[in-house]
Design a protein around this ligand. Structure first.
Ligand code: GTP
Ligand code: SAM
Ligand code: SF4
Ligand code: SF4
Length: 326
């Protein structure tokens, strides 16, 4: 089967698969009032996930990131990892987590086949962490980071959303941490979402400010590999860790887009800020639907737009990133 490609020559070998919308944190930029169930949600079950993974693998997907909401809230999270691992065509299994179950389960997830883990830590000041996430769990999450480092993951990345007036004084602490800790630290520019307009106005901070500070301190830009996504990465001889910047408002950010998304209820999203999701669930019920499912994927790829429209304040269907897994 042919590889998924859009009309702009971009190839899509990376699937961000959301497995739940539910989250136990209340990050002020994402779910400030916490998760609000909409009826009794029925998220993709293990069979549907297996069929989804199998179809995407057939059309060139090599990397799957399991995301959410908080993916580790699923009781069958380890089984989901195993399902992805059982597909020989997928060579990278990753997850993004708020880290609250990591201290207990890092080794179990690694043993099931998970190899890369991104953990959200918006501040290294426990009080600020609490203020941003609504949860007083800084120590627990940091124990999780240690457990991930010990479990032997190929990559441990830390995500911090840049927030004016909140964590914008934290750079020295973060730098001190990665001097002797081999993690990839990523600063993510706050993105506007449907419900986050006022928050965005109050707290958006351009990643370019951090980039200037890093360059002045001798950090070197790492030339991206062909298949790298949109993050800009930097390294420094005096530091064991590296730094990545995700700057979605920067020029040409979307040129290297290499990822597709499927929501926890089985909708394909061609972009994080797409106008609507396209239902795949009716074709996830039995293995013999795979050819039809692949046909739908190819048909949809032809509709993918060149960029997002965030500069015009158009956030599409995305009310908050927990609804699509970031
Ligand atoms: N606008 C936009 N933001 C993205 C994209 N990919 C990641 N991000 C942002 O970066 C956040 C963190 O991404 P992660 O879940 O850590 O995954 P990733 O950046 O793909 O990580 P790697 O696979 O390790 O490169 C997401 O939740 C988004 O906020 C993208 O394609 N477009
Ligand atoms: C939606 S969360 C899902 C996974 C998990 N719950 C976590 O927080 O890591 C994925 C990522 O999206 C980021 N994120 C959420 N809302 C955002 C926004 N408005 N702008 C930029 N990043 C955002 C979070 O910081 C997190 O790193
Ligand atoms: S960013 Fe992640 S941890 Fe925070 S509220 Fe959103 S889904 Fe939950
Ligand atoms: S904003 Fe949309 S098009 Fe741009 S990189 Fe992200 S997912 Fe791809």
């Amino acid at each position: 089967m042919s590889q998924l490609q859009d009309n702009f020559g971009r190839r899509f070998h990376y699937l961000r698969m959301s497995v739940t919308d539910v989250c136990n944190f209340k990050c002020t930029y994402c779910l400030p009032d916490g998760y609000r169930p909409d009826g009794k949600p029925k998220f993709l079950d293990l069979n549907e996930i297996e069929h989804l993974v199998s179809a995407f693998a057939e059309v060139g997907t090599q990397k799957i990131r399991i995301t959410g909401g908080e993916p580790s809230l699923r009781k069958d999270f380890t089984d989901i990892i195993r399902i992805v691992k059982d597909n020989d065509k997928i060579n990278t299994i990753a997850t993004t987590t708020n880290g609250y179950r990591l201290a207990k389960h890092a080794q179990e997830w690694y043993d099931a086949g998970l190899r890369r883990i991104n953990i959200s830590v918006d501040s290294l000041d426990p009080k600020m962490f609490y203020q941003i996430t609504g949860e007083n769990k800084f120590d627990e999450v940091m124990r999780g980071v240690d457990a991930a480092l010990e479990a032997g993951f190929e990559r441990v990345k830390i995500n911090a959303v840049l927030l004016k007036g909140l964590n914008d004084k934290d750079l020295p602490r973060f730098l001190h941490w990665i001097k002797s800790t081999p993690i990839d630290l990523r600063f993510i520019e706050l993105m506007e979402t449907g419900l986050g307009h006022d928050y965005f106005k109050a707290h958006h901070l351009a990643g370019a400010d951090i980039k200037n500070q890093l360059e002045q301190a001798g950090w070197q830009f790492d030339t991206p590999a062909v298949d790298d996504g949109p993050a800009q990465n930097f390294s420094h001889d005096d530091y064991q860790g590296r730094i990545g910047l995700i700057m979605p408002y920067a020029k040409n950010f979307c040129a290297s887009c290499n990822r597709l998304r499927v929501s926890a209820k089985g909708k394909l999203h061609l972009c994080l800020f797409t106008e609507n999701g396209v239902d795949l669930r009716d074709l996830l019920q039995t293995p013999d639907q795979q050819a039809e499912l692949i046909g739908r994927l190819h048909g949809q790829l032809a509709q993918k737009k060149q960029t997002h429209f965030l500069h015009d304040g158009i956030t599409g269907v995305t009310q908050h990133l927990a609804s699509i897994g970031g």
